[in-house]
Design a protein around this ligand. Structure first.
Ligand SMILES: NC(=O)c1ccc[n+]([C@@H]2O[C@H](COP(=O)([O-])OP(=O)(O)OC[C@H]3O[C@@H](n4cnc5c(N)ncnc54)[C@H](OP(=O)(O)O)[C@@H]3O)[C@@H](O)[C@H]2O)c1
Length: 309
């Protein structure tokens, strides 16, 4: 039995269901639960796709819409919603205030899990980041509003949890990926098109790839460790790897070569210290090479060398 089956027969609200990370979670949870999926559904085809997974859709903008009519008697709420328009007013309203408004609207839940990002950490070279480390505007170069609004969101989430006694977890995602895509898949596409991949000059650029099977399987554990004091933990793969290593493996699988370009403004290493994660929710199980091979088999099988198909 997969650990995700520990949650069944529940009423669960998932915000941000159409995204890269949440879509496979919705697909899995909707098999055994009543799932309510909230997004703006800015691409009309997304709403039908989410309904086809068995979820009930709720079209709402977290930045501004009235959320008082959300379903009651919810067991869990999972907030994967995020927006990166580059407009500070809107992105702070949607990511920051929106997280708080969502919590207020479903404050009777047994657990609220807010998905944050390791993009909240200040760059610190190769040192794996601990949850208490300094925060900073890490992703400014590519996404101007992202780190600041993710930090703001965490603060709003803590405030609302404390005010209304809501058992809450903040999970700082490293690099989620899987058969639904993710950063390594973008790198594969860039390799195919001959587009340069920016790297911080302090090589290698370490991260903790987190496969979708693991981030789905850990949902019950993330809910179980929620507390009104708010449990904040890193959430990445137990194995550390690097952009350089996964691109080298993509070359082994496909023959495509990456075009690396040093750029001191690139994000740089964001490896995580996994101590608290292991204590609270245990290690992950998918080895990164296995996950990358599965991702390419699922999304771009034609690019694989014959021996890997
Ligand atoms: N992907 C990564 O590499 C990565 C890395 C670290 C952390 N994370 C975190 O993981 C979570 C999911 O990320 P993702 O990459 O899957 O995001 P994504 O693909 O951009 O999807 C974002 C989701 O949020 C919804 N959304 C956006 N603005 C909204 C609004 N104003 N009101 C309601 N819903 C809204 C979107 O649907 P509509 O546009 O239709 O509303 C979509 O369902 C986020 O918290 C992100 O910070 C992701």
């Amino acid at each position: 039995m997969s650990t995700i089956d520990e949650i069944s027969g529940c009423r669960i609200l998932v915000a941000g269901p159409t995204g890269q990370v949440a879509r496979p979670v919705v697909a899995r949870l909707a098999q055994n639960n009543e799932v309510f999926a909230l997004a703006r559904f800015s691409k009309s085809e997304d709403e039908a796709a989410i309904q086809a997974l068995g979820a009930t859709t709720i079209a709402a903008d977290l930045a501004s819409d009235d959320l008082s009519g959300l379903p009651t008697d919810l067991d869990y709420a999972l907030n994967y919603a995020v927006v990166k328009t580059g407009d500070f007013d809107y992105d702070l309203a949607a990511n920051g205030e929106g997280a708080g408004r969502l919590m207020m609207a479903c404050r009777e839940v047994r657990a609220f899990v807010h998905f944050s990002s390791t993009a909240v950490y200040q760059y610190a070279g190769h040192q794996p980041r601990v949850e208490s480390d300094p925060l900073g505007d890490n992703h400014r170069m590519m996404f101007p509003t992202y780190s600041i609004s993710k930090i703001a969101a965490e603060t709003v989430v803590r405030f609302v949890a404390h005010q209304f006694d809501i058992p809450t977890t903040i999970a700082r995602l490293s690099v989620p990926y899987g058969d639904n895509g993710g950063w390594p898949f973008f790198h594969l596409l860039m390799m195919k098109e001959g587009i340069a991949i920016d790297l911080h000059p302090e090589h290698p650029n370490y991260y903790n790839l987190l496969h979708e099977r693991d981030y789905i399987d850990k949902v019950p554990a993330l809910c179980a460790v929620a507390s009104p004091e708010v449990t904040t933990l890193n959430f990445g793969g137990s194995e550390q790897t690097s952009i350089e290593q996964w691109c080298e493996y993509l070359t082994e699988l496909t023959g495509l070569e990456p075009l690396f370009k040093d750029n001191p403004q690139a994000f740089g290493s964001l490896a995580i210290d996994t101590t608290r994660m292991h204590e609270l929710i245990g290690p992950t199980t998918v080895a990164w090479r296995e996950g990358i091979l599965g991702m390419v088999r699922s999304l771009a099988p034609d690019l694989l060398k014959p021996g890997y198909r």
